[in-house]
Design a binder for this molecule. Structure first.
Ligand code: C5P
Length: 236
């Protein structure tokens, strides 16, 4: 039995009005809403405030990666918006990760609410051995993911974004309290698209994911609410 609704809908739509309509329709049947760089860059902090005001949880997926001081200030700003999850790139290193965690905790404590779960991004799934080699990294993607995941845990992080195919290995490797958030979820009902390595919602949860990021299978479905309800039902 699931303790809570693990579905995070990616609001990958270009306008605030489209995002608000989707969020209103889906609020009763999903656990959180992911706001990424497209929507945030066009709709700004207003869309975050609107969703929070209506009671929805927000995952702000802006993948911060900068010097520790700048990342800390960006995380503090996101924490003041009272988001529940946000992302940073682990390739920023230990000092940057610690600065992000400190900023989340201190800002939340001053604001009187819970800190967001800071999630680390390891290796983007669009990168392969060639891309990693090109930028001077360990060329084996799985090894680079493990290396960054270990570094994240040592720095005190309690959440990671990972691809469906990494869940099992990371679940075995990392402390149980580390939450795994995974995109690349497909039910089998949708048309083939650019996601190559996918799992069904149930497979991902059984492999050890705590949260599922679902975009097109919900927002591009003929009836998004029914699609979300079906995914939730498939988990029980
Ligand atoms: O539409 P779809 O279900 O593929 O959406 C998945 C969401 O997760 C998108 O917002 C996408 O940017 C994000 N994501 C991903 N793969 C990653 C990291 C993030 O699909 N490795």
């Amino acid at each position: 039995m699931l303790k809570r609704n693990p579905i995070i809908v990616a609001l990958d739509v270009p306008s605030a009005s489209a995002a608000t309509a989707l969020a209103t329709d889906l609020a009763p049947v999903v656990g959180a809403f992911k706001i990424g760089s497209e929507l945030f860059t066009s709709a700004g902090t207003d869309i975050v405030r609107q969703i929070r005001k209506s009671g929805g949880s927000v995952f702000l997926d802006l993948k911060f990666h900068d010097i520790p001081n700048t990342v800390a200030k960006a995380v503090a700003a996101a924490t003041r918006l009272d988001v529940q999850m946000l992302t940073i790139h682990l390739s920023g290193g230990t000092e940057m990760i610690r600065a992000a965690l400190r900023a989340a905790e201190q800002t939340a404590s001053a604001a009187g609410h819970a800190p967001p779960l800071v999630l680390g991004v390891t290796v983007l799934t669009s990168m392969d051995a060639g891309t990693l080699q090109e930028i001077g990294c360990e060329p084996n993607p799985a090894r680079q993911v493990e290396r960054l995941a270990d570094l994240a845990v040592r720095a005190g992080l309690r959440g990671l974004v990972c691809s469906p195919l990494e869940i099992t290995a990371l679940r075995q490797r990392l402390p149980a309290e580390v939450q795994l958030v995974t995109p690349g979820i497909r039910t089998g009902a949708e048309k083939a698209d650019d996601q190559k390595r996918t799992l069904t919602p149930k497979e991902a949860i059984e492999a050890g994911a705590n949260w599922l990021v679902v975009g097109r299978p919900i927002y591009a479905a003929p009836n998004p609410r029914t699609a979300a309800e079906n995914i939730l039902a498939s988990l029980h």
